[in-house]
Design a protein around this ligand. Sequence first.
Ligand code: SAM
Ligand code: SF4
Length: 339
Amino acid sequence: MTPAVPNGPRPLIDGFGRKISYLRISVTDRCDLRCRYCMAEAMTFMPRAQILSLEEIAAIGDAFIARGVRKIRLTGGEPLIRRGVPDLAKMLGRHLATGDLDELTLTTNATNLARTASALVDAGIRRVNVSLDSRNADTFRHITRWGDVAQVLHGIATARDAGLRIKINMVALKGLNEDEIEPMLRWCAAEGHDLTLIETMPLGMIDEDRTDRYLPLDRVRDALAERYTLTPLDDRTGGPARYHRVAELNARIGFITPLTENFCAGCNRVRITATGRLYMCLGHDDQVDLRAALREGGPAALDARLDEAMALKPLRHDFHIDKRNAAPAVERFMSVTGG
Ligand code: SAM
Ligand code: SF4
């Protein structure tokens, strides 16, 4: 049992002494796109009957906040294809007003951002992460299998006009978008968006061999450093990205390097699926069933299950991408646990 802190919540601390202050919630594993590195074209999604209601998700969020979680990100799958997600944001967002939550954010592919942006702002969301792996219409369609980049760019522009800060997430893909990294950085700088580059991770069985598209980001960073002055920043914003200032562009770029530079030592996060499974690590299968706890035992059982979960958090993931390790590290797609 975690020791009580006078006048404060009993914190969630794992077996390695790491305090859990960040929760990611996958509100649906479904998506309107099929990014090649993320999903197979033919996907089997979780049965709708097993999905938590929005009220149940809010209750689970409340339980984490009561135990000291300060930041929540709604994600998926594509969170904005689930009806009522702005209402869920509003339910969770009331903790921002009381000071019990520092930040509520969302990760989206932006296909539905134009119509939801102002409701998200009303709920208290101030920043969103948007996946944009290419600004070229043909490359974007190829990567996402059928996406329309114009719709995404319109979503981003509308969100910015509604007052949301935007961070662009770009998965670096060898031979697909590597030539677009520098133009993307310049575009982000001009538009006032941060940019984070991500290494492709071996999660779920896709239709292609990830080795063919894996682009180590240490190489990308070295290439950028030949053209720009990159200064490492201390700011880790509690996440895995390592940020650099790009002096010539007055911009910031982040690198998420699960393969080339492990960042698990400072991990402060856990994730729940749309069916209420709490996973302690993206790269491991240990989980506890929060839906059963909530439905069968109510808030007290849920709280006890959080303590059980802390003992299961592994020290680190063990991702490899090479021809000898072609199989995914876990069968679960990133969209199930919430990226
Ligand atoms: N649909 C939303 C989106 O695309 O932003 C939210 C969910 S998506 C799973 C969250 C992030 O995970 C996206 O930035 C996406 O590019 C990234 N992602 C998905 N599968 C990945 C993988 N296998 N390796 C690395 N990043 C991945
Ligand atoms: Fe959908 Fe996001 Fe996965 Fe692309 S990365 S398929 S948008 S969940």
